[in-house]
Design a protein around this ligand. Structure first.
Ligand SMILES: Cc1cc2nc3c(=O)[nH]c(=O)nc-3n(C[C@H](O)[C@H](O)[C@H](O)COP(=O)(O)OP(=O)(O)OC[C@H]3O[C@@H](n4cnc5c(N)ncnc54)[C@H](O)[C@@H]3O)c2cc1C
Length: 394
């Protein structure tokens, strides 16, 4: 027996899912949010040590749906980006002054993003179930019924699959066909303190084993100079065997700009994967966020892309509501898929391409990428295009 009917069911309440569910409930939809994980501050802080590059467009989205204000004290604006290949003279530098008067984006620790998304425990029209997995979906002509692993069932006009890279919802959607591969790399995330100020600069150092990103973090009472590290290495590399001092020494060798370094956090390891789908929709199902695209973190774009998916479907659903039309109707779903195609596929292609050319040890590829750096640095229109794309401005 179906327990309750909703307008929309959001499966997954991570960085993208929680924003989507709250924004839709605030827009007057009756929403059920289901997540397999039970969130609280302690579990998030210990499980997710990542920082997120929040693009300018994402800041606008967070602002629009009421989540940015709580993030302001924890957000480090990025005014400069410096990218180069280890042990080569070529580099690419961007300064916000060249492009816009505002920062190119912000670096925020994920624990604060979660905190902001979960700041209002209760949102009108939003029912939340955590610690429960969706285990099946049955789609009929007028509704979709989800069943949880507790045996309860709920129905809605539309199911939003926001359940991440291993999405169960994607598996229940036969018209959505995925193609994916594992990168021969994993990422180690940690935080460091350093002698010199980061001067609001994000650094990316390309090494033959993978990229190393040094992302400026806002000062705390304890550390006036600190940064987040995303260090990609081959899967065979054993991060666990390195002591904090050995990590600091290796990072200092790769990256001497900030003076003496010290590891000030735990280490979190993430396997890296690529995933794209032929379409984001099936009957009464739409995918949002990592369930529909998983990117290499080389350009810090995964959540940004997911929040842009979310904004699009929210706008379409609000228009549908005004017209009194079916929320899971095929026209709305097709509009959503069409609207997200260019952004989704171009970002997937770009990050996959970058991760491949910056991991190759072939001499010819090295020559091409170093020439590319040198050329890009002087070709202002192309540089401008790339930075505006990373900022999510088109
Ligand atoms: C090292 C690293 C660094 C990154 N840095 C950046 C960055 O700087 N900027 C950026 O934009 N992106 C970055 N990303 C990517 C970003 O982290 C992801 O794109 C983002 O977490 C995806 O959010 P999501 O809400 O779609 O999925 P998730 O965060 O994976 O959330 C999915 C949710 O669904 C739930 N769930 C799963 N299955 C079920 C089920 N069957 N039933 C119910 N619930 C379920 C899970 O419990 C989870 O809460 C990075 C990724 C990595 C690995």
């Amino acid at each position: 027996m179906v327990e309750r009917h909703y307008d929309l069911i959001c499966v997954g309440a991570g960085l993208v899912g929680r924003l989507t569910a709250c924004a839709l409930a605030s827009a007057g939809f009756k929403v059920l949010s289901i997540d397999a994980f039970s969130f609280n501050e302690d579990t998030i802080s210990s499980q997710d040590g990542r920082t997120t590059f929040v693009s300018l467009k994402s800041k606008e989205i967070l602002e629009r749906f009421g989540f940015w204000e709580a993030l302001v004290p924890f957000s480090q604006p990025i005014q400069n980006i410096l990218a180069y290949e280890h042990q080569t003279p070529w580099y690419l530098d961007y300064s916000s002054k060249e492009f816009t008067n505002s920062p190119m984006g912000y670096i925020v620790e994920n624990k604060y993003v979660y905190k902001s998304l979960y700041q209002h425990e209760r949102v009108d029209n939003l029912d939340v179930i955590t610690g429960v997995r969706v285990s099946s979906i049955d789609v009929t002509e007028y509704k979709a019924v989800v069943k949880t692993d507790c045996g309860t069932t709920y129905s809605a006009s539309l199911i939003l699959g926001i359940d991440g890279r291993f999405s169960a919802i994607r598996k229940f959607a036969p018209q959505i066909i995925e193609s994916s591969h594992q990168y021969d790399q994993k990422a180690c995330v940690l935080h460091i303190s350093h002698e010199k100020s980061h001067e609001a600069t994000a650094y990316e150092v390309f090494t033959s084993n993978g990229p190393l990103a040094i992302l400026p973090l806002i000062a705390t009472e304890e550390y006036s100079n600190r940064s987040g590290i995303v260090w990609c290495q081959k899967n065979t590399f054993d991060f666990e065997s390195l002591s904090d001092d050995q990590i600091a020494e290796t990072l200092s060798n790769l990256f001497p700009h900030l003076g003496a370094l010290k590891v000030i956090s735990s280490k979190w390891i993430y396997p890296l994967q690529f995933l794209k789908v032929n379409q984001l929709i099936d009957k009464r199902i739409a995918l949002i966020g990592d369930s529909g695209h998983v990117l290499h973190p080389i350009a810090g774009q995964g959540v940004n892309l997911g929040w842009r998916d979310a904004e699009k479907i929210i706008d379409l659903l609000v228009s549908q509501k005004k017209l009194g039309l079916d929320y899971g109707g095929p026209i709305l779903l097709q509009q959503y898929d069409d609207a997200r195609k260019f952004d989704r596929l171009s970002m997937s292609f770009m990050t996959d391409f970058l991760s491949k050319i910056y991991s190759s040890n072939l001499k010819s590829v090295k020559l091409i990428r170093n020439t590319g750096f040198a050329l890009l640095n002087v070709l202002k229109p192309v540089k401008n295009f790339l930075v505006r794309r990373a900022m999510g401005l088109f």
